[in-house]
Write a protein that binds this ligand. Structure first.
Ligand code: PLP
Length: 233
């Protein structure tokens, strides 16, 4: 795979700009949001990203995110929850995030919707996570069960269903990655033929975002290529 190569010593802003240029070169014309995945990164690093104009941040751990939101409360930011949706976290997620990327079950989506309505905030924006590789270790609804889940989630009043998300297996094979990402696009297009009006494909990370954008991604979730290595939990 062709990983992005950064100049040694490139600043965070320079890396972000290089990523934006690469996206522009690969886009099929769609607008692409760069979600800066800041899990395991310091608030200082996030402040640097904010200073370069970054506004959307992705976090995977609720407690970590709440601490950061508190410290960065002076900025107008958009917060995306990209971790696994657990039922005991739906209340906090409903109150503290603008987006969730990993909706995989109707029951938990229902709780999230109820909690969101109780919070008084507008519906939370959501993507359904699709498991395209069939690996049991990967979370996500199977393509076969996707339409049923879309039907269930799209009627929940506290959720605004925006699109689909996937987290493909790591692969050095560009062909496999193209295949996965185009599969997600085709699934989205098929749902749209049935009237779902989905405008979002959340696909692509540091190692594969170029391919994802060339296949129509509208949100790339990029951590290490912006911030460098993170503290792993
Ligand atoms: C951590 C994470 C990312 C970012 O991964 P990088 O390889 O650091 O870009 C993207 N998506 C999800 C769901 C993640 O958990």
């Amino acid at each position: 795979m062709r990983d992005m190569v950064f100049e040694p010593g490139a600043s965070l802003c320079e890396r972000l700009e290089q990523i934006l240029r690469e996206i522009k070169g690969q886009s099929r014309g769609q607008e692409v949001l760069v979600l800066a995945v800041s899990k395991g990164q310091s608030v200082d690093a996030m402040r640097q990203a904010i200073a370069c104009g970054q506004k959307a941040f992705g976090e995977s751990y609720v407690q970590e995110a709440l601490v950061k939101q508190e410290q960065l409360s002076g900025f107008q930011l958009e917060w995306h929850y990209i971790g696994p949706l657990q039922s005991n976290k739906t209340g906090a997620i409903a109150r503290h995030f603008d987006w969730v990327h990993g909706v995989v079950r109707e029951k938990i989506a229902g709780r999230l919707s109820t909690a969101r309505l109780e919070s008084g905030l507008p519906p939370i924006q959501a993507c359904l996570q699709v498991n395209l590789s069939g690996e049991a270790s990967k979370s996500g609804v199977s393509p076969r069960d996707l339409e049923q889940l879309a039907a269930q989630v799209s009627v929940l009043p506290g959720i605004r269903l925006r699109g689909l998300m996937t987290l493909p297996e790591r692969s050095d094979d560009q062909g496999v990655l193209h295949e996965r990402f185009s599969q997600l696009r085709l699934l989205r297009d098929a749902l749209n033929l049935k009237g779902y009006g989905l405008d979002t494909l959340s696909m692509g990370m540091s190692s594969d975002f170029s391919v994802a954008v060339s296949e129509g991604s509208t949100i790339v979730r990029i951590g290490t290529a912006i911030f460098g290595e993170r503290d792993e939990k």
